[in-house]
Design a protein around this ligand. Structure first.
Ligand code: RP5
Length: 211
């Protein structure tokens, strides 16, 4: 049973994706299975940073009661940050924020009709009183939401501050190791060899730098 669950983690957002079997500190929720292709980047980024997390599909309009229960019990269940992704008239992050005092980060999904501008405005334009920290549309927002969530955790858990530090260093190293777009890589930095941390960034971003 346990083995079967682990095997499906990469492709099934209904299943917990936790690091080292610790209880989740970050909850990633999204309005639809169609958001998973984008939000998988948030989950993979958290995984690479060693942040225990869980992933759920919950919709403000399709499963409102379940969303209320999830957001209303998140704090008691030990979550410390929630990442909420939705597209179109994207009210998931705002409704979640209304039901918890945990920090909620919103990721606007790129929509078919308006390329995510609808999602962005719906997520970011919260009236004063209930904040949603809104990231960029799509994959960059998914990656940055994970990094931001980790930075928030880092104010309380020093190990996650170190995870961010390593990620940043590896990111710089990756740029410096490929600094000449016309020719062979001539590292500008101290280190000529690409570290394993750089490979981790490659893993996270599907061999592309975050855009
Ligand atoms: C939102 O509607 C979801 O977050 C998704 O981005 C969008 C479209 O959902 P589907 O019609 O693909 O399920 O609730």
């Amino acid at each position: 049973m346990m083995m079967a669950q682990k095997k499906t983690q990469r492709s099934n957002p209904h299943v917990n994706l936790t690091s080292a079997d610790k209880h989740p500190l970050v909850g990633i929720i999204m309005g639809s299975m169609s958001d998973w292709e984008t939000m998988e980047h948030a989950a993979r980024t958290l995984k690479s940073l060693g942040v225990p997390h869980e992933v759920r599909i919950l919709s403000a309009h399709r499963t409102p009661d379940h969303l209320f229960e999830y957001a209303g019990t998140a704090e008691d269940r030990g979550l410390e940050v929630i990442i909420a992704a939705a597209g179109g008239a994207a009210h998931l992050a705002g409704v979640t924020a209304a039901k918890t005092i945990l920090p909620v980060l919103g990721v606007p999904m790129e929509s078919a009709s308006l390329k995510g501008l609808d999602s962005l405005l719906s997520t970011v334009q919260m009236p004063g009183g209930i904040p949603v920290g809104t990231l960029a549309i799509g994959k960059p927002g998914a990656i940055n939401a994970a990094l931001f969530a980790t930075a928030i955790l880092g104010t309380k858990h020093p190990e996650f501050r170190e995870s961010i530090r390593k990620y940043r260093a590896a990111q710089s190293e990756q740029v410096l190791a490929n600094s000449n777009p016309q020719g062979e890589a001539k590292p500008l930095g101290k280190s000529a060899k690409v570290s394993s941390a750089v490979r981790t960034i490659h893993d996270v971003t599907d061999n592309k730098s975050p855009r």
